[in-house]
Design a protein around this ligand. Sequence first.
Ligand SMILES: Cc1cc2nc3c(=O)[nH]c(=O)nc-3n(C[C@H](O)[C@H](O)[C@H](O)COP(=O)(O)OP(=O)(O)OC[C@H]3O[C@@H](n4cnc5c(N)ncnc54)[C@H](O)[C@@H]3O)c2cc1C
Length: 463
Amino acid sequence: MFWFSNDLRLKDHPLLVRAAQQCQHLLFIFIQSPQQIRGNRFVVSRMSAERRRFQWQTLQSLNTKLKNLDQTLHYAEGEPTAILDGLIEQLQPDAIYRARQVASEEQHPWQQLQSRFPNTTFISAAVQSIYQPDELPMSVEALPDTFSQFRRLIEQAAPSYDDAQVLAAPPSLPPPPTEIDQQGSQPALLPVDKWQARLGYSSTTDASEEPQLTSLPIKGGEDAAADFLRAYFQTSAASHYKETRNALDGEFTSTRFSPWLANGTLSPTQVLAALGKYQRLHGRNESTYWICFELLWREYFQLYAIKHGNKLFQLRGITNKPVTGCLYGERLARWINGTTPYPLVNASMNQLRATGLLSNRGRQIVASCLIHELQLDWRAGAYYFEQQLLDYDVASNWGNWQYIAGVGADPRQGRHFNLKKQQQMFDPEGDYIAKWHGDEGACGAVIDSVDAADWPVSVPVNK
Ligand SMILES: Cc1cc2nc3c(=O)[nH]c(=O)nc-3n(C[C@H](O)[C@H](O)[C@H](O)COP(=O)(O)OP(=O)(O)OC[C@H]3O[C@@H](n4cnc5c(N)ncnc54)[C@H](O)[C@@H]3O)c2cc1C
């Protein structure tokens, strides 16, 4: 049994190659846990319709690729443990394969199944990271408290990422187990094609529906990821990355690889291999190095999530530092709907709501505003990002939020961005604010309509 999660590709997938070599039959499954869609006390839902659409495009694309190898992707919605429990009882697989998961919610069913089925072999590998655990110069428990320390250790000791090698997709796959009815008679588990109609998605998606940050649409699937990667390195953008990466908008100011890296249609090794080829053709400079630098941040946060477990989601973070933060509904609604007094924040939130995409600088600015100006519980922001971001990645999202909230890996104990200064630096002409209507909803200097005693706050009228 091969359980796909955030590794939705066939290329550069060592675990898949291993399963293809070791098994006589393989059942491919993807399970959507309702817990990861349902709301909680912070958000009405943890997954927006736009994110689901992107995920669905990705699953369809994976299914098409599997079909070319006479295989099928099966999909189920439900508690992973319950679904797999039934399937393991029924099919008695010798082994179950799954990409390593870094956060507790995703790890939990795997651990439960391991203890329930001691005679089944559970095989997992880090297929979403640059380094395997044994290539790291430290154990996960000894991960340094700051990124800079981690980067220095990696750059001194770990194998160089200059000559990254991409593994080919398996040329063939073992057939599905005979017990699985291809027509999908299992109520919980159906081939992806059958689910498509049930969920109301069309088999082809109108390209104009896809969110765009560049002239290429952000479309789900391994082929779309490969096209995007190729298109990026056909430009000279990588040679200027360090100077442009902080821009709020614009064609290839940063790589925009994150949506595909997050769901595993693209591996970091594929990015590094394409970068290596680019450097051999056009030369290396500080900008090309900086792409690796940012990928190391991603790597760091993955290990950070494993090391810190549930602390990733706690108000006091990994520091246990006492912090305040309220869940004041009116302020949160203003932040979400782009009606704060800060046009730059509003523009960024409007962009995020409309597209599911936001630059790194935009994320830092709105996160800082939620924490420092609006004084809200940072987890409300993190959950809202989880709902909206097409590139949502549990480790990068929660790790970055903790960093800005001062309860994470930041040696400076948090970041408070001066919003006026940020606007002068990154949107001096106001183009971004105009494009995303940041002025339209701005509510003036007074954020709240009532004070602490619930009295209406009157706005002084200038005569
Ligand atoms: C509050 C907040 C929440 C975030 N949530 C997420 C998230 O859910 N998913 C996500 O992938 N990134 C997240 N990031 C990190 C970063 O903003 C995005 O990775 C980046 O904007 C993606 O655009 P890009 O692919 O053009 O990045 P580039 O600048 O081109 O960087 C290349 C790659 O490096 C990695 N990377 C870059 N910056 C970071 C970073 N700070 N932390 C971790 N990895 C990084 C990404 O995989 C990215 O695709 C968050 C940042 C902040 C401040």
